[in-house]
Design a protein around this ligand. Structure first.
Ligand code: DPP
Ligand code: ZN
Length: 844
């Protein structure tokens, strides 16, 4: 496979003035006719003419109406063209019904749909399939389906045809087409300047009862983007389509977003609170791309974080505004540490803006998305809110209609603030998570914090330079009052001190408030100090962080030293549980046990090979002890957080149910699951029903409920995904692989459906002790299925290889077991480029 480098970027030799496409839909022989107006690109002298094209059957090609015979390879087509504007026409034939890779035009349950990001358009027709080629598209669809959709505004339609025109120049990756027997859930929106927009959510018959929430989320997103970023919608219609077979979460095609049905369909009976919140965020995310991604797009795929980091940042602002900002921040950090830190500290570590790739699909990562969003959060903290808004306004004004780079993005901040962002740019070019060590000094009324930063070597980057790290610090007095409000310290040197004077006594520091930078903070602390911060810190994130540190330390001491569950920790949780002034969601997050993989990563960083079984055992013992310690409070708080009345997916209700779930999980440790069984039987919504099932499975009970759940929901695809996943994710370590293996034989297991495949195999990888069980059964089971799926769907296969990315953390026996599987996958004949790249990087 060839490697593509950022430094080799050159513009295409031609610009595209317009594209006309005609689709004659047939499952196995769809004809795509293209008419493209090319003109020489005056910004370059390179006149070689190459159009991407893969798996296309070329029927005919013409230049200015005259038939030609271009040279066609597996990658595309080349030929001589005039050094003047010309019209290019081709007819190609494609086979959507056999497209199991789900890239390009494919079929899902009888409907046609497309996925073109990043490089899927080349499977539809010959084209310069690169994001810096932007063009106006007109699309005609001929087919017998009642619903025929493409980007932009509808032009005209008749029986068995429809025509669409998108006035906004766009790259090919934003092209979309949908055709099928779909039902629309419709509404309207009036933009801030009074423009009327038709909104439709298209679904398969049977799903029409799951649309209302998504539609409301869309309207909230449209208003929010007007109010907060001044961004108005720019077409007459906005269509969303739900598709069952989809590799990703959703796709921001201009005016025609295509969603994995799991990321848009919701109802109280079938969706949990977490599902609702996630759906709202993804709808917002895709909608926000209309400006950050579509109107201003990426020059090349190395700049992916330009649209993704910014759009993730925007959707997290949206969720914070609509729901609880502290809860959102804490959950984002848990997620960042769980996925991005694992990636950044292992063989797949790469910069937020990578400098090379073989398969771009492998770079839709937590680093590009979530760390990319953190980088924007840091920029905002450094320049301040007002300057951030000014810079972003300039970005929209200056770059509308362009394909841009990270340099363009940083330049608007430099131009509006006068700041030099050269050093800050290292956040985009250097991989790895910085370690920030902090020591303190108290002399003559002056309190001094000294920070030292370093970043371990990552693949291809042995040496790291110091970065600009915003460190939010506040100081607390001995009675818990804040003696210094939050100050944004700017760490720019490898080592640097900051002093605070005029203090009457030695303060307690609250460092890295709001998690102001994606770093690992290293500092000696005591249980007493953490308990103090958990009780008094005015920064909700650090308050949680103190509890989290207590929780992790208590478990690490059990694992490393064989200690008993820590009394200070148990005592702190007693107080927390009894403090009804605290937000229930916040209390639930403090009570949420640290994840096994987070503990494993911390053990590894402290030079202990993590033993997954020991982590599991310690967590079980802790849960049991905690349940006993809190026994008096559990029934009361369980009752107090039971939300009365019909289910509403609102933030307050969800926050109560989060705590209610924690109470039930602990109660189940005491009553053998009686309360959970009762809740399961009486639940009238999925949040409560699923919570009860999870509690039962977690204590190795619930066989009866599991079966009842199946019979109740066997006809609902999305709920069945939950059923498959829960049994594997919450299985005890020694049973996990066997349960997963059995489920792959279930009649409803369908490897071609990415949601179903991930439900089983993703849950297998997430069950830490089960996946890493010393039998090695889970490793070989996952490898078997990755090998089976690769020829059908390389993208999903490659993504799931990351289950093995942390393998070097573990002991020699487990490493050897994993190595066998990595070698076996690597040796598979005709392995896809996607999977080859992932396995090669992981094995190094
Ligand atoms: N661009 C999509 C998203 O992140 C993924 N294909 O929204
Ligand atoms: Zn996105």
């Amino acid at each position: 496979p060839t490697t593509i480098y950022l430094k080799d970027y050159t513009p295409f030799g031609y610009v595209v003035d317009s594209v006309h496409l005609t689709f004659d839909l047939e499952p196995h022989s769809t004809r795509v006719t293209s008419r493209i107006a090319f003109a020489p690109n005056t910004e370059t002298t390179d006149r070689s003419f190459f159009l991407h094209g893969e798996q296309l059957k070329l029927i005919s090609a013409k230049i200015d109406g005259i038939a030609i015979s271009p040279t066609v390879t597996e990658q595309g087509l080349s030929c001589d063209v005039p050094n003047a504007p010309f019209t290019w026409e081709t007819v190609v034939e494609i086979d959507p019904a056999n497209n199991t890779a789900l890239e390009g035009l494919y079929m899902s349950n009888g409907m046609y749909c497309t996925q073109c990001e990043a490089e899927g358009f080349r499977k539809i027709t010959f084209y310069p399939d690169r994001p810096d080629v932007m063009a106006v598209f007109t699309v005609r669809i001929n087919g017998p389906h009642p619903v025929l959709l493409s980007n932009g505004n509808p032009v005209d339609a008749g029986p068995h045809w429809a025509e669409w025109h998108d006035p906004w120049p766009k790259p090919a990756y934003l092209f979309a087409l949908v055709a099928g027997e779909l039902l629309a859930h419709s509404s309207t929106f009036t933009t801030v300047s009074g423009k009327h927009v038709d909104l439709n959510l298209y679904v398969r018959p049977g799903d029409e009862g799951k649309c209302a929430f998504g539609m409301e989320a869309l309207k909230k997103s449209m208003i929010w983007d007007e109010q907060v970023y001044g961004r108005e919608y720019d077409l007459d219609v906005f269509n969303i389509v739900a598709v069952d077979d989809f590799n990703m979460g959703a796709m921001e095609n201009k005016g025609l977003n295509v969603f994995n049905s799991s990321c848009v369909l919701a109802s109280p009976e079938t969706s949990t609170d977490d599902n609702f919140e996630r759906i709202e965020a993804i709808i917002a995310h895709e909608y926000f791309h209309n400006w950050t991604g579509n109107r201003i797009t990426c020059r090349d795929w190395f700049q992916l974080c330009l649209k993704e980091g910014l759009t993730v940042f925007r959707d997290s602002q949206f969720t914070s505004d609509l729901r609880s900002a502290p809860v959102k921040r804490i959950r984002d950090v848990i997620d960042l540490r769980g996925r991005q830190f694992a990636e950044d500290n292992g063989p797949l570590s790469h910069p937020v803006r990578p400098e090379s790739f073989q398969e771009i699909n492998n770079f839709y990562t937590a680093t590009v998305y979530e760390k990319g969003a953190e980088v924007i959060g840091m920029l905002k903290r450094l320049v301040g809110d007002a300057a951030y808004c000014e810079a972003v306004d300039l970005y929209f004004a200056r770059h509308d209609g362009q394909a841009c780079t990270i340099e363009d993005w940083l330049k608007v901040f430099e131009d509006t603030t006068g700041r030099d962002l050269t050093q800050f740019k290292r956040w985009y070019s250097q991989a790895g998570t910085p370690r920030v060590n902090v020591t303190e000094d108290w002399t003559d009324g002056t309190y001094t914090l000294t920070f030292t930063q370093s970043t371990p070597a990552t693949p291809g980057q042995p040496h790291k330079d110091p970065r600009v790290i915003p460190i939010a610090v506040g100081l607390l007095g001995s009675n818990g009052d804040e003696v210094r409000k939050t100050e944004m310290l700017e760490l720019t040197e490898a080592s640097q001190s900051f002093s605070f004077d005029g203090l009457s006594s030695r303060p307690t520091p609250s460092i890295l408030r709001e998690f102001s930078a994606p770093v690992i903070l290293e500092r000696d602390s005591t249980n007493a100090e953490r308990a103090f911060l958990l009780a008094h810190d005015t920064d909700p994130f650090n308050r949680w962080e103190a509890g989290n540190a207590l929780a992790k330390d208590a478990r690490l001491n059990m694992i490393i030293k064989g200690a008993a569950p820590d009394a200070d920790y148990l005592d702190a949780l007693q107080k927390l549980v009894r403090d009804d002034d605290l937000d229930p969601g916040f209390r639930a997050l403090v009570l949420q046990p640290p994840s096994a993989s987070d503990l494993a990563q911390t053990l590894f960083e402290n030079e202990h090979a993590p033993d997954p079984q020991a982590i599991y055992d310690a967590s079980e013992t802790m849960a049991q002890t905690l349940a006993q310690t809190l026994a008096d409070s559990l029934p009361r708080l369980y009752a107090a957080t039971t939300v009365e009345g019909p289910y509403q997916p609102d933030a307050v209700g969800a926050s109560n149910r989060m705590l209610n779930f924690r109470m039930l999980a602990l109660l189940s440790r005491l009553d053998g699951g009686d309360q959970a069984a009762q809740q399961f039987a009486s639940a009238d919504n999925m949040t409560l029903q699923y919570a009860a099932l999870v509690c039962l499975l977690s204590i190795d009970k619930g066989a009866e409920q599991n079966q009842a759940f199946f019979y109740q929901w066997k006809d609902d695809r999305l709920v069945m995904d939950k059923w498959f996943a829960a049994q594997v994710a919450f299985a005890t370590p020694e049973k996990t692989a066997a349960i997963a293996a059995t489920l792959t034989q279930h009649p409803l297991f369908d490897m071609k459906n990415p949601n179903r495949f991930r439900a089983v195999m993703g849950a297998l990888a997430m069950n830490h002790a089960g996946f890493h069980h010393i039998s090695g059964d889970a490793y070989s089971l996952l490898a078997d299925w990755l090998i089976k799926l690769d020829p059908l769907n390389p993208q999903t296969t490659a993504r799931m290889c990351s289950a093995f990315q942390t393998w070097k953390r573990y002991d020699a026996d487990r490493q050897a077991l994993i190595k066998i599987q990595l070698d076996r996958i690597a040796a598979t004949p005709d392995l896809s480029r996607d999977t080859t790249e992932m396995i090669t990087r992981i094995r190094e």
